[in-house]
Design a binder for this molecule. Sequence first.
Ligand code: 0O2
Length: 270
Amino acid sequence: MDIQLWREILDPYEQAVAELLVKFNNLKEEHRKKNIYSPIESVSGRVKTVTSILEKMQHKNIPFERMEDEVEDIAGIRIICQFVEDIEKVSELIDMRTDMQVFSKKDYLTNKKKSGYRSYHLIVWYTVQTVNGPKKIQVEIQIRTMAMNFWATTEHSLQYKYKGAIPSHVAVQLQKAADAIFVLDEEMSEVRSEIMDAQLDSQIQTNLVKDILTSIENMYKLDNKREVIKIQDEFYRIFQTHDIGELERFHKQLDIIAEGYRAQSIEEKN
Ligand code: 0O2
């Protein structure tokens, strides 16, 4: 096989990863804009390297003609969550989608791997549009918490270092670390609602401040500059009180004032 053929095979997988990154980041962004807690903390993706594909084929005795059917993770998306509970939520969001079809699930949360690995894997069908028409490919979506990801990333590097034969004393240490990660995730779950509330408050404040400043800027463009400077000073005063309720009231008042400014400006133009 020559290099050109590999590129041709892998191109649709590159495309799928790029598209899915945009889609999952949009999903996260949509939550943020609507002031809803996002179960997605971050998303990354990769196309498996040729070396890694060949190693897997060799390890599992997969003939070349079966590669695209049997190497399920040529395209891989990793979704990182803050809490274990978010993993199920993300999985439900994926189940609801019509642009990908889940056809297999691997639950390494309830059944952790011998290595200590914990994660939730979905294999989905995803169709990319290519110059040769639509191509349906498999994508592996790994969903795990930040803590699980920390463990998996570290262990993966060690697997690479020891070429899959991690010495037993290191494996024992990794098992202990995996147990500690499990406890950490459980403890974080206990303060989940408190953390979520704090994050939502901060998100609401960020969106409010952005809206208020846009309003002030728009009013400034419509003249009455001295008045608008007074409004801005009032905003800074309220901002310093750290009172979201006050900020919300100010935002509502500002909407009414801005509406008045707009009406006045239309009248003046006519
Ligand atoms: P890379 O470099 O991430 O591409 P199976 O025969 O079903 O047990 P299979 O087909 O590899 O094995 O599927 P599985 O177990 O769902 O694993 C797919 C991917 O999950 C792996 O891809 C890893 O990314 C991750 N994974 C699975 N087990 C472990 C583990 O013990 N430790 C770590 N760190 N990651 C794991 P690749 O091809 O191994 O690697």
